[in-house]
Design a protein around this ligand. Structure first.
Ligand code: AMP
Ligand code: ZN
Length: 445
């Protein structure tokens, strides 16, 4: 089975060939920990979790290194901590803790490595020094800036020319910038804000250099796949490429760049600034994580998702049906047809269609293994369904009694009576499930 991935760099789907199959290396930009993550932020977490699982399957679990960083130094963090009257450390620890709980509830695996920006300041300073030495960066008034015109390839990922970008840039042109496109690698820090000693005085890093430093430290100068949401293509990823390539003199940072589309609400990107967001925590209060996960995977990762209640309801129904059908057929391997769909640039809608097809007798035995492979959790889901089941319209004891009567009717071959009881219960909104161990009931939803 061969994996093909769409590469933002080449704007084409390409066969994937890792640099070293014994260490496949994936980097995904992680959260800036100043506030609760919203369900749009969960999209890259879920999408790249599926990729991580697929790579582990194809290359062996020990042979895949997945790095997702935590950005714990950022101006938004400083502002929020001041606003809440708590220390920066308290804010970043609390937010990282909630993030971990949220994404675990969504059924995602922990990345192999989760580096924190504040623990990689030395690597950032080293990178900046290399960039200065190679003539790609300069210090001015306590700042260090990357000089964009020093890199002829700049704009390749975003597919924009320097002229276009300069015309579109709404950046404030600080007097110490040689070119309006130049971006900050390091800036001076006020005494009451986090800062580290550096050759340019006490300061703190810019956002882009953080990812270049952490990916370098944990994955090397050139690695396989870099991912994130599509809003990160420019300027964040373009700038990561500029920094890493210019520091080491390579022409690539990662061979494949993958970007998920936006999660939208009524045609607009879900975002903190628009205020149209639902946090992962809020959604988890009403839905099991598997439902959210499946609703997310119903759309191909490169397409925008329109987030609706209907998607969640359909996902819940699908999962209930799958787990029911899978119950007694535990084969641990995922179905080849599902793997094949995923190998085609993570075609999750196709994979879901294939899972529906597995419900038929021939596919049943691989259903459980497939759902497990994708991170779905039957026991947890069943427990959640039970806990959130609506009250039956007739007392449970009465339902049990009717089921016993029905069983008796069937045993005595009085099928008309058995059907009558079933129809009566159906009319009351009670669904009967006949299994090898007898019949059970639940409130139909
Ligand atoms: P941020 O905290 O804004 O840096 O976002 C963290 C991750 O979530 C990045 O990979 C973003 O691209 C991604 N992201 C943010 N908003 C959305 C959205 N509405 N839909 C999909 N991805 C998003
Ligand atoms: Zn990044």
């Amino acid at each position: 089975m061969s994996l093909a991935l769409h590469n933002t760099l080449t704007r084409a789907k390409e066969p994937f060939a890792p640099i070293d199959p014994a260490r496949v290396r994936l980097y995904v930009c992680g959260p800036t920990v100043y506030d609760r993550a919203h369900i749009g932020n969960a999209r890259p977490v879920i999408v790249f979790d599926v990729l991580f699982r697929l790579l582990r399957h194809l290359y062996g679990p020990k042979n895949v290194a997945y790095v997702r960083n935590i950005t714990d130094v950022d101006d938004k963090i400083n502002a929020r901590a001041a606003e809440r009257g708590i220390s920066i450390r308290e804010l970043t620890e609390e937010t990282a803790r909630v993030f971990h709980a949220d994404v675990e509830a969504l059924g995602t695996l922990r990345p192999t490595i989760e580096p924190r920006a504040t623990e990689h300041i030395a690597e950032m300073i080293a990178l900046i020094e290399m960039l200065i030495a190679r003539g790609h960066a300069y210090a001015a008034e306590g700042h260090v800036l990357f000089n964009v015109p020093s890199m002829p390839d700049y704009g390749k990922l975003a597919n924009r020319s320097l002229d276009e970008m300069e015309a579109g840039a709404r950046v404030e042109v600080a007097p110490y910038k040689r070119d309006p496109m130049d971006f900050v690698l390091w800036k001076p820090s006020e005494p009451d804000l986090p800062g580290w000693d550096s050759p340019w005085g006490r300061g703190r890093p810019g956002w882009h250099i953080e990812c270049s430093a952490m990916s370098w430290k944990h994955l090397g100068e050139v690695f396989d796949i870099h991912g994130g949401g599509i809003d990160l293509v420019f300027p964040h990823h373009e700038n990561e490429i500029a920094q890493t390539c210019c520091a080491f003199g390579h022409n690539v940072m990662a061979n494949v760049w993958m970007h998920n589309g936006f999660l939208q609400v009524e045609g607009e990107k879900m975002s903190k600034s628009l205020g149209n967001f639902v946090t992962i925590g809020e959604l988890l209060a009403d839905w099991h994580g598997d439902v959210i996960r499946l609703a997310m995977l119903g759309t191909h990762y490169r397409q925008p998702i329109n987030w609706t209640l209907k998607n969640l309801q359909e996902a819940e129904k699908a999962l209930a049906g799958w787990f029911d059908a899978a119950a007694d057929h535990a084969e641990s391997k995922p179905a080849p047809a599902v793997l094949e769909a995923l190998c085609d640039d993570l075609n999750t809608p196709k994979a879901i269609a294939e899972i529906h097809a597995l419900k038929g007798a021939a596919g049943k035995k691989s259903l459980a293994g497939t759902l497990d492979f994708l991170g779905f959790r039957p026991q947890e889901f069943a427990a959640w369904r039970k806990a959130t089941a609506p009250e039956p319209s007739i007392p449970a004891a009465e339902i049990e009694q009717l089921l016993a009567q029905r069983l008796h009717a069937r045993k005595t071959k009085n099928f008309a009576e058995a059907d009558r009881i079933r129809d009566h219960l159906t009319a009351q909104g009670i669904a009967i499930k006949d299994g090898p161990e007898g019949s059970t009931w639940e409130v139909a939803r």
